[in-house]
Ligand binder design. Sequence first.
Ligand code: SF4
Length: 450
Amino acid sequence: MSSEEHFQKVREQIDSVSPSFCLAKWLQVTLHLHNGHNHSCHHPETHKTPLSELSGNPSALHNTLFKKEIRNRMLHGIYPEECNYCWNIEKLGKQYVSDRVMKSSEDWALPQLQTVVETAVSANINPSYVEVSFSSNCNFKCSYCSGNFSSKWREENEKFGPFPERRWEAQRETIAEENNPYVKAFWDWWPDLKKDLKHFRITGGEPLLSPSTFRVLEMIQAEPLPNLHFAVNSNLGTPKVLIEKFIGLASEIVENKKVADFKLYTSIEAWNEKAEYIRNGLDFELFWSNARLILQKIPNLQIIFMATFNSLSVTSFQRLLEETLKLRAEFQHQDRIIPICVDIAYLRDPLFLNIQVLSEEFLPQMEGIVQFMEDNKFDYEKRRHGFHQFELIKAKRTLEWMKSPLPADELRNRRYRFYHYFAEHDRRRSTDFLKTFPEMEKFWNLCKNS
Ligand code: SF4
C-alpha cells in the first residue's frame, strides 16, 4: 500500500468517529513544565494546568478539564479553533495530508483507537507520546521563538522591552527547575506514565542545559526501557563538556539497547550565516561539526533536522538539503538507513515571519526545493540516501500553504511588521539583514514601503 493510500485509509477510520477527531488530543502531549502549560501535539496554543487540578492527580498535567472539553468537541464533530494548523491543510483538499491524519496513523496512536473511543470523555488517559520541557534555560534566541521558551529571549526583553511587533504576545511566568511543582508532579506521575509510554522526547529551552535531562539519561542507563522510542532535542551549541557528557551516556544507552531507539532532534532551516541570523546564538560550523561528531560516535543514533520553514528559509534551503544528502551518504550503513531525516513544518506564528508574506518572486525557488527533493528521491537500487516520501509530502504541503492567498490588507500589514521587526532585530542584535540576505533586497524594500 502506498503512503497516500495508507493515509486515506486512516482518514476514513478517524472520520468514522468524527471529521474533527484526532488521536493526538488523547495520546500526545507536550508538557512545558517550566511554566505549567501543555498542549496536545505542538500546534495548538498552550494552556495552563491549574495547580488545583494536580492535587492527587499528577496526570492532570495532560488531562486538564480544558482538554477534556476539547476532546468532547472533537467527538461531536466540532472543529476546535486551536487545531487550525490542521484545518488549514485539510481545506486545501483531500490530497493534502494533515497532521491530524499523520499523527493518528502513528504506531503510538492508531492501535489505541478503540480504547480511546471507549474511554469516557471525563476519564484520565495516559499519553503514549510525551514531549517534556523541564526548563526554558537556553543560550539561543531564535527569531520565531520567545521569552516563554528561552531565557536568552527573556534577558533581551528585560533589557530592551518586548519587540513592538510582538508586544501582544503573552509573557508567562517561568518557574525555576529546582523548586517547580510541575516538575515534581511529573516525577510523581513517572512510575505510572512510563508503563504506557511509547515515545518520550525531551525538549526545552536547551535540554542539555537542564539537570533533569541527565537525570532521565542516567535513569534509563540504570533501569532500561527497551520498548521506548527515546529522543532528546538540542541546539548543538552548548559547551563542549555537555556535548561530551551527552555522547557518553547516549552511546552507552544505544550500544546496550536500553531503549528501542534513540533520536536527536535539532532545528535548522537555512544554510550557514542565514541560519545563524534566524537562530541567534547559533554557530553554524560548530553545529555542523557536532552533528558529525554525534553521527560518528553513536553509530545507531538518528538525527532529525527540524526545519521550521519560514520566509528566511527559502533562499538557502536547497543548499541545506544538498549538504544533508552528502552527510547521509557518509554516515549511512546497514543498520542506519536514514542517519539524518529532514522534517519540514511550516512556521505559522509570528504571522509576519511565515512564508505567506513572501512575494511571487520566491515561488520558483520554493518550487525548485520541492523539485530537488523529487529529483533526489530515495531509490533502493540507485539512491539509498535520497529523500523519502514522508519528507516530500511535508515539502509539498508547505509549497501549497505558501501559495494560498492572503487578503491585500492583511498582506500589507504583515510585510510592514516584517520590516519593522527585522529593523529592530538588527539594532538590538547588531545583525544586518541586507548583508545576510542580499538576494531579498527587493522584498525588503517592498516591506519597508508597505
Ligand atoms: S493540531 Fe492537528 S494534530 Fe494537533 S491535536 Fe489538533 S488536529 Fe491533532
